[in-house]
Design a protein around this ligand. Structure first.
Ligand code: GAR
Length: 224
């Protein structure tokens, strides 16, 4: 996996509420060793609440609406043209409900990451939480993965299970999945920023975070 000149410059793409974006912004603010900063937030709709979160954090925003373009290729080129001048090392899809093709992804090989609200490869697509409920599974969860040209398919970085309760609605189950994503996505992005991801075909290995080396106590301090 590539390493970045610290801190890595992160673009986050959103379509909705942006709670995962917020979790990432908060995690970066809380950890001086995170190794990355969100430099731009992009959306495919003007009313994505994630844009407000970005503005509140002083982060630049860009919007490209698919309906303003003749086709997907044109939409992607416009989004690329917005991101290129900012200088972006990696792209995080945090509830971005558009499929990105090779012409966009090839700009950041193995550096586009997505969070998806199911245990992939189960329940790909836009309504993963509803699919899981309708199927009657007892466990679902979330998956953070690298993005390739197939939908919800790329190498899996991390997954965590969430129990389905008998009285769950789509909203209640999605809330508990989101709570896990808010921890898992920033942890995976930090690992990418810190060059701790090793990719071998579909297999991703995470190496442990570097620990701060404790400075040896000054023996003079113990003396009365
Ligand atoms: C998240 O649960 C994310 O996994 C999902 O959208 C939600 C966005 O929430 N993404 C997908 O379903 C992509 N297929 P947020 O806007 O509050 O971060």
């Amino acid at each position: 996996m590539p390493t970045f000149a610290a801190p890595a410059r992160i673009a986050v793409l959103v379509s909705g509420g942006g709670t995962n974006l917020q979790a990432l912004i908060d995690a970066i603010a809380a950890d001086p060793g995170f190794g990355g900063e969100v430099v731009v937030v992009g959306a495919d709709r003007d009313d994505a609440a994630g844009l407000e979160r970005a503005r509140a954090a002083g982060i630049a925003t860009v919007v490209q609406r698919p309906g303003d373009h003749i086709d997907r290729a044109n939409f992607e080129q416009a989004l690329l043209a917005d991101l290129e001048p900012v200088g972006v090392d990696l792209v995080v899809l945090a509830g971005f409900m558009r499929i990105l093709t090779g012409s966009f992804l090839s700009r950041w090989p193995d550096r586009v990451v997505n969070t998806h609200p199911s245990l992939l490869p189960a329940f790909r697509g836009a309504d993963a939480v509803r699919q899981a409920l309708e199927h009657g599974v007892k466990l679902t969860g979330c998956t953070v993965h690298l993005v390739d040209e197939e939908v919800d398919h790329g190498p899996i970085i991390a997954q965590e299970a969430v129990e389905v309760r008998d009285d769950d609605t789509e909203a209640s189950l999605h809330d508990r999945i989101r709570a896990v994503e808010h921890r898992l996505l920033p942890a995976c992005v930090a690992a990418m920023c810190q060059g701790r991801l090793q990719l071998d075909g579909r297999h991703v290995r995470l190496t442990a975070p570097r620990r701060a080396v404790p400075t040896s106590p000054d023996p003079a301090e113990d003396r009365p």
